[in-house]
Design a protein. Structure first.
Length: 107
């Protein structure tokens, strides 16, 4: 199994990069896919904590928007606790198959 650093270097060599929006930054950052996946794991952990603390029905922690060719156009990381009604409204408003929403749900 390759280390994170080896995967990061392969991403750089093959141009596997993505623009990522972070909640605390006004501009997107250009990350390798490995860096994005590691950051997404951290936001997943934070979303689980926030869900437990707030009792929210759902906590959105990441999104991806795809180009027509299937490549990732942009990605976003955030912590957004919502009740189920608000979650459904927001996700339905996306209304397209070119977006992926990563969410932690109440059990």
């Amino acid at each position: 199994m390759k280390s994170i650093e080896e995967r990061h270097q392969e991403d750089l060599a093959h141009g596997r990069m993505v623009w990522v929006r972070f909640p605390d930054r006004p501009m997107c950052r250009h990350l390798t896919m490995t860096e994005f996946e590691e950051a997404k794991k951290e936001f997943n952990r934070k979303a689980i904590e926030v869900q437990k603390e707030t009792g929210a029905d759902c906590v959105i922690y990441a999104t991806k928007t795809y180009n027509e060719d299937g490549s990732i156009r942009t990605a976003g990381l955030d912590i957004i606790p919502l009740d189920r009604e608000e979650y459904d409204r927001r996700v339905q408003s996306l209304g397209s198959k070119d977006e992926m929403v990563y969410t932690v749900y109440k059990r």
